[in-house]
Design a protein around this ligand. Structure first.
Ligand code: 2AM
Length: 163
């Protein structure tokens, strides 16, 4: 199964991101908008791995001192558009600990540098510079746990399920 570890977003964050998506749609930006229920912040991408219990054990054994996350601006990696987050030492520290223990346990994962972002649109029809940066606001949430997610291709897009 295809797995990743993510933070599930609060309703107020989902609302704020849906508002930005609405503004973009109204300005004629087409593409594959992330449905509200799929919005998340990936911490570690594992990919194909068939022992979710081992990953669960690791998540449960790394304590999180609850910390705050705030939305902060938007940007793009090519035609993938994202909402950014206020830099957080606590978030970076947690992901570092998580990855360290996963590596020690020999669980495979994508080692690319962690660059926190929430994907809101894929395959955008135009260059981001043409519409400019939309107001994103500063919706906040307190993070007190991470979720192990399974990703499957559904008939009308990806289905992410917390397992
Ligand atoms: P993305 O939104 O920037 O594509 C499920 O695919 C989640 O894992 C997405 O949030 C995706 O990030 C993230 N992810 C990170 N590394 C990935 C990789 N190598 N392949 C697919 N998804 C990856």
């Amino acid at each position: 199964m295809r797995l990743f570890i993510a933070i599930q977003l609060s309703e107020s964050m989902r609302n704020a991101i849906s508002d930005v998506q609405y503004l973009l749609k109204r300005q004629g930006v087409r593409g594959n908008y992330t449905p509200r229920e799929n919005l998340h912040l990936t911490l570690v991408f594992i990919g194909e791995y068939n022992d979710p219990d081992r990953v669960h054990d690791i998540i449960e054994h790394i304590p999180i001192e609850p910390f705050e996350l705030s939305l902060n601006g938007m940007g793009a990696f090519g035609d993938l558009w994202w909402i950014g987050l206020e830099p957080s030492g606590e978030l970076q520290g947690y992901v570092r600990r998580l990855r360290h223990v996963m590596a020690e346990a020999g669980i495979p994962f994508d080692r690319k540098r962690f660059s926190p972002h929430i994907t809101m649109l894929r395959r955008a029809s135009i260059d981001i510079m043409k519409v400019g940066i939309q107001p994103v606001g500063t919706a906040k949430m307190v993070v007190d746990h991470a979720s192990l997610m399974r990703s499957e291709r559904g008939r009308s897009g990806m289905i992410y399920t917390e397992i």
